[in-house]
Design a protein around this ligand. Sequence first.
Ligand SMILES: [Zn+2]
Length: 83
Amino acid sequence: MELIKPKYRIRCEFGVCKNFANMTIKHSRLGIGGALNICSECAKGLMDLLKNEFKTAKKEEVVKADEDVETKKTPKSTKNKSE
Ligand SMILES: [Zn+2]
């Protein structure tokens, strides 16, 4: 994930927001068409939302995620190299 500044004046794409976007969130695997243009107001709202989400989810997932990481990572990285 990458946070870049929009090159043009572009509207925030977050719901019905009417502000101009002042940041673009781009996933490293997608082109610019897959990016999300969002204003700082919406970004803040999103940040708070995610913060709360991770705060509550963390307690339950810490143990689970620990087991999953090693089994999931190994087959994926070998597959990418053979392609
Ligand atoms: Zn917005």
